[in-house]
Design a protein around this ligand. Structure first.
Ligand code: KIV
Ligand code: ZN
Length: 503
């Protein structure tokens, strides 16, 4: 059977930004659009131009900056269409409610009036020479005969594509397949779907519609969006990838970095267990799993999808459930060469600490290993002497660090958007050309409640060769805890670099 290309229509900047409490700045929107270009999505829905002059301007700026076809949302109103035209988008996405409940309580029109307004709007878009996508909103709760009638009417008026939204996320895969098949049988133009995740079925429903002939799926990165969000791009793409007769053009190795970008800019932290992009998606701790993956990664991973496929990385976690093989792998990657007896001793200590409920970072493990193996040759790259951080109302936060690096004392300062950023900039200057470092993850958990809470800071640094090191710092001063985590991560990264010859 010939393979079908499934287009990926990304609506992170429109439906994604409708996540309660979320608002991207213009610069952030442009950064996201450029990341979506690199991810090679087929369409970027850049926003809803009629919603405000700022939104119109943002959609226009995104359209000018992006290499991908852009789309603007519009109600079936002349004013909305004019705003979308002004925003210079390539595609205008018209929508009108078609379910009885939305017609009665939201649109307040008759069904015939909705068809009439939709047809007039489609004609207006087409007359302007724009590609017209039409959504019968709440399609999955719409009377099927009416859904077919409005679909045929907008097709006749010149619409280029019809999108079937499961607006409140209530469909089952079988229903979604039947509903999209029904529209597919009654119109000739291509179909798209837009599934919300209220019952956690958005990806399954989107995929079911591909079996019925749908050739475009609307998604958001990390599944952000109204209420429980939309079909997640990363899960949708990786599932289409394993369908026998369908594919996408997504640059899959950019999936993880794009997810991280959206996580950072949206402030919506992903659960570690999130499929494909979660911190634990390719992490192994239990002895049996780690040993199995070391022998052959397919033993306890899906096989078709490796961490490298999506730009993620595999991690062996040392904690309560760890076994000797996983621990040996982690220690040798950090430059140590323990005997079997030493591994046994370290494992006992690790389990003792983990059984008391403490989370261990890679650097903690290394410190435990040192008590068993002694300090490795080469010592630490950076020995901290003093750190001075200044933040005041309206003043730019500044950090000054004095440290010994390779036996020489050095003092450097950095400014940042906050004190932690300032510390990072100063630390980067201290390290200078010794190593190029970037923070790939920064997490802070409050261990106790109240304003005197103890914070646990986890930092993952990556060098220019993609070597990563994770370390932790804890304390009631979040800046000092961050400095500690950063310093431990820098030193661990330097050791790992020495071991694998990249440092
Ligand atoms: O959820 C929805 O129905 C929408 C439409 C505008 C397509 O976001
Ligand atoms: Zn939606």
């Amino acid at each position: 059977m010939a393979e079908t290309k499934v287009e990926i229509f990304d609506t992170t900047l429109r439906d994604g930004e409708q996540t309660p409490g979320l608002s991207f700045t213009l610069d952030e929107k442009i950064e996201i659009a450029k990341a979506l270009d690199e991810l090679e999505v087929d369409v970027i829905e850049a926003g809803f131009p009629a919603s405000s002059p700022d939104e119109l301007n943002a959609v226009r700026e995104i359209t000018r900056a992006s290499e991908t076809a852009t789309c603007g949302l519009a109600r079936v109103k002349r004013g909305d269409i004019d705003a979308a035209l002004e925003s210079e988008v390539d595609i205008i996405h018209l929508f009108a409610s078609t379910s009885d409940i939305q017609i009665k309580k939201s649109m307040r029109m008759t069904k015939d009036e909705i068809i009439e307004r939709s047809v007039d709007s489609v004609k207006a878009v087409v007359d302007e020479g724009k590609y017209c996508l039409f959504s019968p909103m709440d399609a999955t709760r719409t009377d099927p005969d009416y859904l077919v009638a409005i679909s045929q009417a907008v097709e006749e008026a010149g619409a280029d594509m019809i999108n079937i939204p499961d607006t409140v996320g209530v469909a089952w895969p079988k229903e979604m397949e039947e509903m999209t098949a029904l529209v597919h049988e009654n119109v000739e133009i291509p179909l798209s779907v837009h599934c919300h995740n209220d019952y956690g079925m958005a990806v399954a429903n989107s995929l079911a519609s591909v079996d019925a002939g749908v050739t475009q799926i609307q998604v958001t990165v990390n599944g952000i969006g109204e209420r429980a969000g939309n079909a997640a791009l990363e899960e949708t793409v990786m599932n289409v990838d394993r369908m026998e007769d369908a594919y996408t053009d997504i640059a899959k190795d950019h999936i993880f970095s794009t997810s991280k970008l959206i996580e950072r800019l949206s402030g919506l932290q992903l659960p570690p267990t999130k499929p494909v992009v979660g911190r634990n998606a390719f992490s192994h701790e239990s002895g049996i799993h780690a040993a199995g993956v070391i022998a052959d990664q397919n033993t306890f991973e899906p096989g078709l999808m490796n961490p490298e496929t999506v730009g993620h990385r595999r991690r062996f976690i040392v904690g309560k459930h760890a076994g000797r093989q996983g621990l040996t792998k982690v220690l040798t990657e950090a430059g140590l060469d323990p005997t079997e007896e030493e591994v046994k001793g370290i494992l006992e200590k690790v389990k003792g600490i983990s059984n008391n409920g403490k989370k261990l970072s890679e650097a903690d493990l290394y410190a435990i290993a040192e008590t068993e193996l002694g300090k490795p040759e080469g010592g630490e790259l950076v020995d901290l002497d003093q750190v001075f951080v200044m933040t005041a109302n309206k003043a730019t936060p500044t950090a000054t660090i004095t440290a010994e690096i390779n036996g020489k004392t050095k003092t450097e300062s950095g400014n940042g958007v906050g004190p932690v950023d300032a510390v990072f900039k100063a630390m980067k200057r201290i390290i200078g050309d010794e190593k190029k470092i970037e923070i790939s993850e920064f997490r802070m958990d409050a261990i106790t409640g109240g304003s005197d809470a103890v914070a646990d800071v986890f930092v993952t640094l990556e060098d220019e060769h993609g070597v990563a090191a994770e370390a932790r710092g804890a304390g009631d001063d979040i800046v000092i805890a961050s400095v500690e985590a950063l310093l431990n991560a820098v030193n661990l990264l330097a050791r790992k670099g020495r071991t694998n010859g990249s440092g």
